[in-house]
Ligand binder design. Sequence first.
Ligand code: HEC
Ligand code: HEC
Ligand code: HEC
Ligand code: HEC
Length: 397
Amino acid sequence: MRLTPFYISIICLIFFTNISCVQAEILNIIYTGGVAGELEPCGCSLKTDVGGLARRSGYIEDNSKDLSPYILVDAGNFLGEDTPQGRLKAETMLRSLAAMSYDVVAVLENERGFPPDFLLDLLRRFRIPYISDLEGSKKSFSMMHGKIKINLSVDSEGFKEGELNILLAGTPISDIKSIKGWDIAILSSGDIIDEPQRVNGTVIVAGYPKGERLGILRLKINDQGDILDHENRWQPLGKDIKESEVIKEILKDYDSKVAKILRNEYKPAIEETYIGVSRCAKCHQPYFDSWKVTDHARAWNALERVGKSNDPECIRCHVVGFGEDGGFHRIETTPTLADVQCEACHGKGAEHIKGNYRMVREVNESICLGCHTEENSPDFDYSDYLKKVDHKEIWEE
Ligand code: HEC
Ligand code: HEC
Ligand code: HEC
Ligand code: HEC
Protein backbone atom coordinates (compact mmCIF):
# COMPACT_ATOMS: atom_id res chain seq x y z
CA MET A 1 0.00 0.00 0.00
CA ARG A 2 1.22 3.44 -0.88
CA LEU A 3 1.30 5.85 2.03
CA THR A 4 -1.04 8.71 1.30
CA PRO A 5 -0.73 11.93 3.32
CA PHE A 6 -3.83 10.81 5.22
CA TYR A 7 -2.15 7.60 6.47
CA ILE A 8 1.05 9.43 7.26
CA SER A 9 -0.83 11.78 9.52
CA ILE A 10 -2.55 8.83 11.24
CA ILE A 11 0.84 7.19 11.83
CA CYS A 12 2.23 10.47 13.16
CA LEU A 13 -0.73 10.78 15.45
CA ILE A 14 -0.16 7.29 16.86
CA PHE A 15 3.56 8.02 17.20
CA PHE A 16 2.83 11.33 18.86
CA THR A 17 0.30 9.92 21.38
CA ASN A 18 2.81 7.18 22.08
CA ILE A 19 5.32 9.74 23.19
CA SER A 20 2.81 11.50 25.37
CA CYS A 21 1.96 8.05 26.81
CA VAL A 22 5.52 7.80 28.19
CA GLN A 23 4.91 11.25 29.68
CA ALA A 24 7.36 13.50 27.95
CA GLU A 25 8.22 16.52 30.03
CA ILE A 26 9.81 19.81 29.17
CA LEU A 27 12.82 21.04 31.10
CA ASN A 28 14.87 24.11 30.27
CA ILE A 29 18.48 24.24 31.31
CA ILE A 30 19.54 27.85 31.51
CA TYR A 31 23.31 27.89 31.53
CA THR A 32 26.35 30.10 31.67
CA GLY A 33 30.04 29.14 31.67
CA GLY A 34 33.35 30.91 31.04
CA VAL A 35 32.05 34.28 32.26
CA ALA A 36 35.62 35.01 33.46
CA GLY A 37 34.81 37.75 35.93
CA GLU A 38 32.77 39.89 33.55
CA LEU A 39 30.23 41.82 35.63
CA GLU A 40 28.99 44.18 32.92
CA PRO A 41 30.11 45.38 29.50
CA CYS A 42 32.21 48.59 29.46
CA GLY A 43 30.00 50.34 26.92
CA CYS A 44 33.04 51.50 24.92
CA SER A 45 31.32 50.49 21.70
CA LEU A 46 27.72 49.72 20.80
CA LYS A 47 28.84 46.53 19.11
CA THR A 48 30.37 45.07 22.26
CA ASP A 49 27.73 46.47 24.63
CA VAL A 50 26.31 42.99 25.27
CA GLY A 51 25.87 40.72 28.26
CA GLY A 52 26.29 41.56 31.93
CA LEU A 53 24.77 40.27 35.14
CA ALA A 54 21.99 42.86 35.40
CA ARG A 55 20.59 42.00 31.99
CA ARG A 56 21.01 38.27 32.53
CA SER A 57 19.02 38.48 35.72
CA GLY A 58 16.48 40.91 34.27
CA TYR A 59 15.80 38.60 31.35
CA ILE A 60 15.20 35.59 33.59
CA GLU A 61 12.96 37.58 35.94
CA ASP A 62 10.84 38.97 33.12
CA ASN A 63 10.50 35.64 31.32
CA SER A 64 10.36 33.18 34.16
CA LYS A 65 6.87 32.03 33.18
CA ASP A 66 7.89 31.12 29.65
CA LEU A 67 11.14 29.58 30.81
CA SER A 68 9.58 27.39 33.51
CA PRO A 69 10.25 24.69 34.39
CA TYR A 70 13.98 25.42 34.38
CA ILE A 71 17.17 24.90 36.27
CA LEU A 72 19.90 27.54 36.31
CA VAL A 73 23.52 26.40 36.30
CA ASP A 74 26.98 27.84 35.80
CA ALA A 75 29.51 25.45 34.28
CA GLY A 76 32.50 27.15 35.92
CA ASN A 77 35.27 29.64 35.14
CA PHE A 78 32.99 32.45 36.27
CA LEU A 79 35.77 34.37 38.03
CA GLY A 80 38.65 36.40 36.64
CA GLU A 81 42.09 37.01 38.16
CA ASP A 82 43.16 37.11 41.76
CA THR A 83 43.99 40.81 42.22
CA PRO A 84 42.53 43.19 44.82
CA GLN A 85 39.94 44.28 42.27
CA GLY A 86 39.53 40.67 41.14
CA ARG A 87 38.56 39.69 44.68
CA LEU A 88 35.99 42.41 44.86
CA LYS A 89 34.64 41.20 41.54
CA ALA A 90 34.54 37.64 42.87
CA GLU A 91 32.46 38.79 45.79
CA THR A 92 30.16 40.78 43.52
CA MET A 93 29.83 37.86 41.13
CA LEU A 94 28.86 35.40 43.85
CA ARG A 95 26.47 37.81 45.51
CA SER A 96 24.78 38.24 42.12
CA LEU A 97 24.62 34.51 41.36
CA ALA A 98 23.00 34.03 44.77
CA ALA A 99 20.48 36.79 44.04
CA MET A 100 19.61 35.03 40.78
CA SER A 101 19.10 31.76 42.72
CA TYR A 102 21.52 29.63 40.72
CA ASP A 103 20.79 25.98 41.42
CA VAL A 104 24.45 25.02 41.25
CA VAL A 105 27.79 26.39 40.07
CA ALA A 106 30.97 24.48 39.18
CA VAL A 107 34.21 25.66 40.76
CA LEU A 108 36.93 25.07 38.18
CA GLU A 109 40.28 26.39 36.91
CA ASN A 110 39.71 30.17 37.17
CA GLU A 111 38.17 29.83 40.63
CA ARG A 112 41.16 27.81 41.78
CA GLY A 113 43.34 30.81 40.98
CA PHE A 114 42.02 32.28 44.25
CA PRO A 115 43.07 30.98 47.68
CA PRO A 116 40.65 28.16 48.69
CA ASP A 117 39.83 29.82 52.03
CA PHE A 118 38.78 33.03 50.36
CA LEU A 119 36.68 31.21 47.78
CA LEU A 120 34.97 28.73 50.12
CA ASP A 121 34.18 31.52 52.55
CA LEU A 122 32.36 33.44 49.81
CA LEU A 123 30.47 30.38 48.56
CA ARG A 124 29.27 29.62 52.07
CA ARG A 125 28.50 33.22 52.92
CA PHE A 126 26.19 33.54 49.93
CA ARG A 127 24.91 29.95 50.31
CA ILE A 128 25.60 28.96 46.73
CA PRO A 129 25.37 25.24 45.98
CA TYR A 130 28.64 24.37 44.25
CA ILE A 131 30.50 21.33 43.05
CA SER A 132 34.25 21.11 42.84
CA ASP A 133 37.19 18.77 43.15
CA LEU A 134 38.69 21.04 45.82
CA GLU A 135 39.46 19.06 48.95
CA GLY A 136 36.48 18.69 51.24
CA SER A 137 33.97 19.69 48.53
CA LYS A 138 31.30 17.61 46.85
CA LYS A 139 31.90 16.68 43.24
CA SER A 140 28.26 15.99 42.46
CA PHE A 141 24.95 17.59 43.22
CA SER A 142 21.52 15.94 43.01
CA MET A 143 18.19 17.59 42.54
CA MET A 144 14.70 16.41 41.72
CA HIS A 145 12.56 17.73 38.93
CA GLY A 146 9.14 16.10 39.40
CA LYS A 147 9.94 12.41 39.21
CA ILE A 148 13.20 12.99 37.41
CA LYS A 149 16.47 12.81 39.31
CA ILE A 150 19.09 15.18 38.01
CA ASN A 151 22.74 14.50 38.69
CA LEU A 152 25.13 17.41 38.09
CA SER A 153 28.82 16.67 38.45
CA VAL A 154 32.39 17.87 37.76
CA ASP A 155 33.67 14.28 38.00
CA SER A 156 33.87 12.66 34.55
CA GLU A 157 33.22 9.24 36.14
CA GLY A 158 30.38 10.50 38.32
CA PHE A 159 27.34 9.61 36.18
CA LYS A 160 24.49 7.62 37.73
CA GLU A 161 22.23 5.00 36.19
CA GLY A 162 18.63 6.09 35.61
CA GLU A 163 19.19 9.81 36.19
CA LEU A 164 19.55 12.81 33.95
CA ASN A 165 23.34 13.16 34.01
CA ILE A 166 24.86 16.58 33.40
CA LEU A 167 28.63 17.06 33.37
CA LEU A 168 30.05 20.55 34.00
CA ALA A 169 33.59 20.86 32.61
CA GLY A 170 36.22 23.37 31.49
CA THR A 171 37.54 21.09 28.74
CA PRO A 172 37.79 22.62 25.25
CA ILE A 173 35.50 20.92 22.73
CA SER A 174 38.54 19.96 20.62
CA ASP A 175 39.86 17.84 23.51
CA ILE A 176 36.65 15.87 23.89
CA LYS A 177 37.36 12.78 21.80
CA SER A 178 35.29 10.38 23.83
CA ILE A 179 32.80 10.80 26.60
CA LYS A 180 30.45 8.21 28.05
CA GLY A 181 27.61 7.94 30.51
CA TRP A 182 26.54 11.59 30.23
CA ASP A 183 23.32 12.92 28.75
CA ILE A 184 24.59 16.47 28.62
CA ALA A 185 27.94 18.20 29.00
CA ILE A 186 28.07 21.95 29.56
CA LEU A 187 31.52 23.42 28.94
CA SER A 188 33.06 26.63 30.24
CA SER A 189 36.09 26.53 27.97
CA GLY A 190 35.30 29.75 26.10
CA ASP A 191 34.31 27.77 22.99
CA ILE A 192 31.40 29.12 21.01
CA ILE A 193 29.18 26.16 20.07
CA ASP A 194 26.21 27.43 18.08
CA GLU A 195 24.63 24.03 17.46
CA PRO A 196 24.93 21.39 20.21
CA GLN A 197 27.53 18.75 19.32
CA ARG A 198 26.83 15.05 19.78
CA VAL A 199 29.63 12.78 20.97
CA ASN A 200 28.66 9.18 21.85
CA GLY A 201 25.10 10.29 22.53
CA THR A 202 26.13 13.14 24.83
CA VAL A 203 24.69 16.54 23.93
CA ILE A 204 27.50 19.08 24.30
CA VAL A 205 26.98 22.83 24.70
CA ALA A 206 29.20 25.63 26.06
CA GLY A 207 28.49 28.84 27.95
CA TYR A 208 28.91 31.91 25.74
CA PRO A 209 32.27 33.60 26.55
CA LYS A 210 31.97 36.39 29.16
CA GLY A 211 28.26 35.79 29.54
CA GLU A 212 27.53 37.87 26.46
CA ARG A 213 24.53 35.63 25.74
CA LEU A 214 22.47 33.29 27.81
CA GLY A 215 22.30 29.62 26.82
CA ILE A 216 18.91 27.92 26.94
CA LEU A 217 18.81 24.19 26.28
CA ARG A 218 15.24 22.96 26.00
CA LEU A 219 14.82 19.27 26.68
CA LYS A 220 11.97 16.86 26.16
CA ILE A 221 12.58 14.01 28.59
CA ASN A 222 10.79 10.95 29.90
CA ASP A 223 10.62 10.15 33.61
CA GLN A 224 13.76 8.00 33.46
CA GLY A 225 15.57 11.14 32.48
CA ASP A 226 16.11 10.00 28.87
CA ILE A 227 16.28 12.86 26.42
CA LEU A 228 13.67 12.48 23.66
CA ASP A 229 14.43 15.74 21.98
CA HIS A 230 16.59 18.84 22.52
CA GLU A 231 16.92 22.33 21.16
CA ASN A 232 19.47 25.01 22.03
CA ARG A 233 19.16 28.75 21.65
CA TRP A 234 21.16 31.83 22.54
CA GLN A 235 19.35 34.64 24.25
CA PRO A 236 21.12 37.88 23.24
CA LEU A 237 21.63 40.33 26.11
CA GLY A 238 21.77 43.68 24.38
CA LYS A 239 20.75 47.16 25.42
CA ASP A 240 17.05 46.37 24.90
CA ILE A 241 16.97 43.90 27.82
CA LYS A 242 15.63 45.38 31.04
CA GLU A 243 18.19 45.28 33.84
CA SER A 244 17.39 43.74 37.21
CA GLU A 245 17.08 46.38 39.93
CA VAL A 246 18.51 44.01 42.54
CA ILE A 247 21.66 43.37 40.52
CA LYS A 248 22.00 47.06 39.68
CA GLU A 249 22.15 47.77 43.40
CA ILE A 250 24.81 45.10 43.87
CA LEU A 251 26.87 46.65 41.07
CA LYS A 252 26.48 50.11 42.56
CA ASP A 253 27.89 48.81 45.79
CA TYR A 254 30.79 47.34 43.79
CA ASP A 255 31.50 50.74 42.20
CA SER A 256 31.76 52.43 45.56
CA LYS A 257 34.14 49.75 46.87
CA VAL A 258 36.27 49.99 43.73
CA ALA A 259 36.90 53.63 44.58
CA LYS A 260 38.62 52.47 47.78
CA ILE A 261 40.91 50.19 45.81
CA LEU A 262 41.87 53.13 43.67
CA ARG A 263 42.76 55.14 46.77
CA ASN A 264 44.64 52.34 48.52
CA GLU A 265 46.35 50.37 45.79
CA TYR A 266 47.56 53.07 43.44
CA LYS A 267 50.28 55.49 44.43
CA PRO A 268 50.20 59.13 43.38
CA ALA A 269 52.98 60.71 41.31
CA ILE A 270 56.46 60.84 42.78
CA GLU A 271 58.36 62.38 39.92
CA GLU A 272 57.10 64.66 37.21
CA THR A 273 57.24 62.77 33.95
CA TYR A 274 53.97 63.76 32.28
CA ILE A 275 53.28 67.48 32.19
CA GLY A 276 49.71 67.74 30.92
CA VAL A 277 48.05 69.22 27.87
CA SER A 278 47.78 72.83 29.03
CA ARG A 279 51.58 73.05 29.16
CA CYS A 280 51.92 71.62 25.63
CA ALA A 281 49.36 74.16 24.45
CA LYS A 282 51.65 77.04 25.41
CA CYS A 283 54.04 76.20 22.58
CA HIS A 284 51.76 74.18 20.27
CA GLN A 285 48.45 76.04 20.30
CA PRO A 286 47.26 74.89 16.83
CA TYR A 287 47.81 71.25 17.82
CA PHE A 288 45.93 71.84 21.02
CA ASP A 289 43.03 73.35 19.07
CA SER A 290 42.87 70.37 16.73
CA TRP A 291 43.04 67.90 19.65
CA LYS A 292 40.39 69.72 21.63
CA VAL A 293 37.69 68.92 19.08
CA THR A 294 38.39 65.16 19.06
CA ASP A 295 36.67 62.60 21.27
CA HIS A 296 39.99 62.06 23.06
CA ALA A 297 39.45 65.39 24.80
CA ARG A 298 36.15 64.08 26.22
CA ALA A 299 37.29 60.61 27.28
CA TRP A 300 37.22 61.39 31.00
CA ASN A 301 33.78 62.85 30.68
CA ALA A 302 32.56 59.58 29.19
CA LEU A 303 33.61 57.73 32.36
CA GLU A 304 31.96 60.27 34.62
CA ARG A 305 28.79 60.05 32.58
CA VAL A 306 28.50 56.31 33.24
CA GLY A 307 29.63 56.54 36.87
CA LYS A 308 32.90 54.67 36.34
CA SER A 309 35.50 57.35 36.99
CA ASN A 310 36.80 55.51 40.06
CA ASP A 311 37.32 52.17 38.38
CA PRO A 312 40.99 51.41 37.63
CA GLU A 313 39.99 48.96 34.91
CA CYS A 314 38.25 51.76 33.03
CA ILE A 315 40.52 54.68 33.85
CA ARG A 316 43.53 53.03 32.20
CA CYS A 317 42.49 53.95 28.64
CA HIS A 318 40.66 57.18 29.33
CA VAL A 319 43.57 59.20 30.77
CA VAL A 320 47.34 59.73 30.48
CA GLY A 321 49.82 57.25 31.98
CA PHE A 322 47.61 55.52 34.55
CA GLY A 323 49.64 53.22 36.80
CA GLU A 324 52.94 54.72 35.64
CA ASP A 325 55.26 56.88 37.65
CA GLY A 326 54.04 60.44 37.29
CA GLY A 327 50.88 59.40 35.42
CA PHE A 328 47.22 59.90 36.24
CA HIS A 329 46.25 58.76 39.71
CA ARG A 330 42.83 60.08 40.72
CA ILE A 331 40.88 63.09 39.52
CA GLU A 332 41.41 64.74 42.92
CA THR A 333 45.20 64.26 42.88
CA THR A 334 46.02 64.61 39.17
CA PRO A 335 43.23 66.57 37.47
CA THR A 336 45.54 67.82 34.70
CA LEU A 337 46.12 64.30 33.35
CA ALA A 338 42.50 63.26 32.71
CA ASP A 339 41.46 62.54 29.06
CA VAL A 340 43.47 60.97 26.27
CA GLN A 341 45.92 63.82 25.95
CA CYS A 342 48.93 64.55 23.77
CA GLU A 343 51.26 62.47 25.93
CA ALA A 344 49.11 59.34 25.59
CA CYS A 345 50.31 59.30 21.98
CA HIS A 346 53.54 61.30 21.95
CA GLY A 347 55.00 60.03 25.21
CA LYS A 348 56.17 61.78 28.38
CA GLY A 349 56.80 65.48 27.96
CA ALA A 350 59.06 66.37 30.90
CA GLU A 351 62.31 65.68 29.03
CA HIS A 352 60.96 67.37 25.90
CA ILE A 353 60.52 70.76 27.54
CA LYS A 354 63.96 70.70 29.11
CA GLY A 355 65.12 71.89 25.70
CA ASN A 356 65.66 68.59 23.97
CA TYR A 357 62.47 69.10 21.94
CA ARG A 358 62.49 65.60 20.56
CA MET A 359 59.58 63.56 21.73
CA VAL A 360 60.35 60.26 23.41
CA ARG A 361 58.61 58.24 20.79
CA GLU A 362 57.17 58.20 17.32
CA VAL A 363 53.41 57.77 17.05
CA ASN A 364 52.44 54.56 15.28
CA GLU A 365 49.59 52.08 15.15
CA SER A 366 50.79 49.99 18.10
CA ILE A 367 50.27 52.98 20.40
CA CYS A 368 46.63 53.22 19.36
CA LEU A 369 46.17 49.48 19.77
CA GLY A 370 47.13 49.75 23.42
CA CYS A 371 43.67 51.26 23.94
CA HIS A 372 41.79 50.52 20.72
CA THR A 373 41.50 46.80 21.37
CA GLU A 374 39.20 44.36 19.61
CA GLU A 375 36.86 44.47 22.57
CA ASN A 376 36.84 48.19 23.29
CA SER A 377 36.99 49.44 19.73
CA PRO A 378 35.80 46.70 17.36
CA ASP A 379 35.59 49.08 14.38
CA PHE A 380 39.15 50.33 14.73
CA ASP A 381 40.94 50.74 11.44
CA TYR A 382 44.24 52.60 11.63
CA SER A 383 44.02 54.75 8.52
CA ASP A 384 40.33 55.56 9.06
CA TYR A 385 40.77 56.45 12.69
CA LEU A 386 44.02 58.32 12.13
CA LYS A 387 42.28 60.67 9.71
CA LYS A 388 39.99 61.80 12.51
CA VAL A 389 42.76 62.65 14.98
CA ASP A 390 45.84 63.32 12.87
CA HIS A 391 47.28 66.81 12.92
CA LYS A 392 50.58 66.32 11.17
CA GLU A 393 49.71 68.81 8.46
CA ILE A 394 49.24 71.72 10.81
CA TRP A 395 51.56 74.57 9.92
CA GLU A 396 53.33 76.14 12.87
CA GLU A 397 54.95 79.58 12.85
C1 HEC B 1 41.61 48.91 26.61
C2 HEC B 1 41.19 50.31 26.70
C3 HEC B 1 39.86 50.67 27.31
C4 HEC B 1 39.36 50.28 28.51
C5 HEC B 1 40.01 49.34 29.53
C6 HEC B 1 38.10 50.94 28.66
N1 HEC B 1 37.84 51.72 27.58
FE1 HEC B 1 36.14 52.80 27.24
N2 HEC B 1 36.81 53.24 25.35
C7 HEC B 1 38.01 52.84 24.83
C8 HEC B 1 38.08 53.21 23.43
C9 HEC B 1 39.24 52.95 22.49
C10 HEC B 1 36.86 53.85 23.13
C11 HEC B 1 36.42 54.39 21.76
C12 HEC B 1 35.91 53.23 20.96
C13 HEC B 1 35.56 53.59 19.53
O1 HEC B 1 34.76 54.51 19.29
O2 HEC B 1 36.09 52.92 18.62
C14 HEC B 1 36.08 53.85 24.36
C15 HEC B 1 34.80 54.41 24.51
C16 HEC B 1 34.09 54.42 25.69
C17 HEC B 1 32.79 55.01 25.85
C18 HEC B 1 31.98 55.71 24.77
C19 HEC B 1 32.27 57.15 24.81
C20 HEC B 1 31.22 57.96 24.07
O3 HEC B 1 31.44 59.16 24.00
O4 HEC B 1 30.24 57.39 23.58
C21 HEC B 1 32.39 54.79 27.14
C22 HEC B 1 31.11 55.23 27.82
C23 HEC B 1 33.45 54.04 27.78
N3 HEC B 1 34.45 53.84 26.86
C24 HEC B 1 33.40 53.60 29.09
C25 HEC B 1 34.31 52.70 29.64
C26 HEC B 1 34.11 52.02 30.90
C27 HEC B 1 32.93 52.18 31.81
C28 HEC B 1 35.18 51.21 31.08
C29 HEC B 1 35.46 50.25 32.21
C30 HEC B 1 34.44 49.27 32.49
C31 HEC B 1 36.07 51.39 29.93
N4 HEC B 1 35.50 52.30 29.08
C32 HEC B 1 37.27 50.75 29.76
C33 HEC B 1 39.03 52.18 25.48
C34 HEC B 1 38.90 51.58 26.72
C1 HEC C 1 58.45 75.37 25.81
C2 HEC C 1 57.79 75.09 24.57
C3 HEC C 1 57.32 73.67 24.32
C4 HEC C 1 56.49 72.95 25.10
C5 HEC C 1 55.91 73.30 26.47
C6 HEC C 1 56.24 71.74 24.38
N1 HEC C 1 56.92 71.74 23.19
FE1 HEC C 1 56.81 70.35 21.76
N2 HEC C 1 58.21 71.32 20.68
C7 HEC C 1 58.75 72.55 21.03
C8 HEC C 1 59.78 72.89 20.04
C9 HEC C 1 60.59 74.18 20.05
C10 HEC C 1 59.83 71.82 19.14
C11 HEC C 1 60.75 71.65 17.98
C12 HEC C 1 60.11 72.19 16.77
C13 HEC C 1 60.91 71.87 15.56
O1 HEC C 1 61.90 71.14 15.67
O2 HEC C 1 60.53 72.39 14.52
C14 HEC C 1 58.82 70.87 19.55
C15 HEC C 1 58.53 69.69 18.88
C16 HEC C 1 57.48 68.84 19.20
C17 HEC C 1 57.08 67.70 18.44
C18 HEC C 1 57.72 67.22 17.16
C19 HEC C 1 59.06 66.67 17.53
C20 HEC C 1 59.40 65.37 16.90
O3 HEC C 1 59.61 64.41 17.69
O4 HEC C 1 59.45 65.27 15.70
C21 HEC C 1 56.02 67.13 19.08
C22 HEC C 1 55.28 65.90 18.66
C23 HEC C 1 55.80 67.92 20.26
N3 HEC C 1 56.69 68.95 20.30
C24 HEC C 1 54.81 67.64 21.19
C25 HEC C 1 54.72 68.28 22.41
C26 HEC C 1 53.88 67.84 23.47
C27 HEC C 1 52.96 66.63 23.41
C28 HEC C 1 54.04 68.70 24.50
C29 HEC C 1 53.41 68.62 25.86
C30 HEC C 1 53.68 67.38 26.58
C31 HEC C 1 55.01 69.67 24.08
N4 HEC C 1 55.40 69.37 22.81
C32 HEC C 1 55.42 70.72 24.85
C33 HEC C 1 58.39 73.31 22.09
C34 HEC C 1 57.58 72.90 23.13
C1 HEC D 1 45.23 56.04 26.10
C2 HEC D 1 44.29 55.33 25.28
C3 HEC D 1 44.14 55.73 23.83
C4 HEC D 1 45.11 55.83 22.87
C5 HEC D 1 46.62 55.61 23.02
C6 HEC D 1 44.43 56.16 21.65
N1 HEC D 1 43.09 56.29 21.86
FE1 HEC D 1 41.68 56.82 20.51
N2 HEC D 1 40.24 56.77 21.94
C7 HEC D 1 40.46 56.43 23.25
C8 HEC D 1 39.22 56.57 23.98
C9 HEC D 1 39.01 56.29 25.46
C10 HEC D 1 38.26 57.05 23.07
C11 HEC D 1 36.79 57.38 23.37
C12 HEC D 1 36.68 58.78 23.82
C13 HEC D 1 35.22 59.18 24.02
O1 HEC D 1 34.44 59.09 23.06
O2 HEC D 1 34.88 59.58 25.11
C14 HEC D 1 38.95 57.15 21.79
C15 HEC D 1 38.34 57.59 20.62
C16 HEC D 1 38.98 57.68 19.41
C17 HEC D 1 38.35 58.09 18.19
C18 HEC D 1 36.92 58.48 18.01
C19 HEC D 1 36.15 57.27 17.66
C20 HEC D 1 34.85 57.55 17.05
O3 HEC D 1 33.88 56.87 17.44
O4 HEC D 1 34.78 58.42 16.18
C21 HEC D 1 39.30 58.01 17.20
C22 HEC D 1 39.11 58.32 15.73
C23 HEC D 1 40.53 57.57 17.81
N3 HEC D 1 40.29 57.39 19.15
C24 HEC D 1 41.72 57.35 17.13
C25 HEC D 1 42.92 57.01 17.72
C26 HEC D 1 44.16 56.80 17.01
C27 HEC D 1 44.34 56.86 15.52
C28 HEC D 1 45.12 56.52 17.95
C29 HEC D 1 46.58 56.26 17.74
C30 HEC D 1 47.31 57.24 16.93
C31 HEC D 1 44.46 56.54 19.24
N4 HEC D 1 43.13 56.83 19.05
C32 HEC D 1 45.09 56.31 20.44
C33 HEC D 1 41.63 56.00 23.81
C34 HEC D 1 42.87 56.01 23.18
C1 HEC E 1 45.73 60.10 19.16
C2 HEC E 1 47.12 60.37 19.20
C3 HEC E 1 47.59 61.81 19.29
C4 HEC E 1 47.26 62.74 20.23
C5 HEC E 1 46.33 62.57 21.40
C6 HEC E 1 48.01 63.93 19.90
N1 HEC E 1 48.76 63.71 18.78
FE1 HEC E 1 50.11 64.97 17.99
N2 HEC E 1 50.40 63.72 16.43
C7 HEC E 1 49.83 62.46 16.32
C8 HEC E 1 50.21 61.89 15.08
C9 HEC E 1 49.79 60.51 14.57
C10 HEC E 1 51.03 62.83 14.43
C11 HEC E 1 51.70 62.70 13.08
C12 HEC E 1 52.68 61.55 13.06
C13 HEC E 1 53.98 61.89 13.68
O1 HEC E 1 54.65 62.76 13.17
O2 HEC E 1 54.35 61.26 14.72
C14 HEC E 1 51.14 63.96 15.33
C15 HEC E 1 51.90 65.08 15.10
C16 HEC E 1 52.13 66.10 16.03
C17 HEC E 1 53.08 67.16 15.89
C18 HEC E 1 53.94 67.41 14.68
C19 HEC E 1 55.06 66.49 14.61
C20 HEC E 1 55.80 66.66 13.31
O3 HEC E 1 56.42 65.68 12.91
O4 HEC E 1 55.75 67.73 12.75
C21 HEC E 1 53.00 67.95 17.01
C22 HEC E 1 53.81 69.16 17.34
C23 HEC E 1 52.00 67.34 17.85
N3 HEC E 1 51.49 66.23 17.21
C24 HEC E 1 51.62 67.86 19.06
C25 HEC E 1 50.53 67.38 19.78
C26 HEC E 1 49.98 68.05 20.90
C27 HEC E 1 50.49 69.35 21.49
C28 HEC E 1 48.94 67.30 21.32
C29 HEC E 1 47.97 67.59 22.44
C30 HEC E 1 47.33 68.85 22.40
C31 HEC E 1 48.87 66.13 20.48
N4 HEC E 1 49.83 66.23 19.53
C32 HEC E 1 47.96 65.09 20.62
C33 HEC E 1 49.04 61.83 17.25
C34 HEC E 1 48.51 62.44 18.37
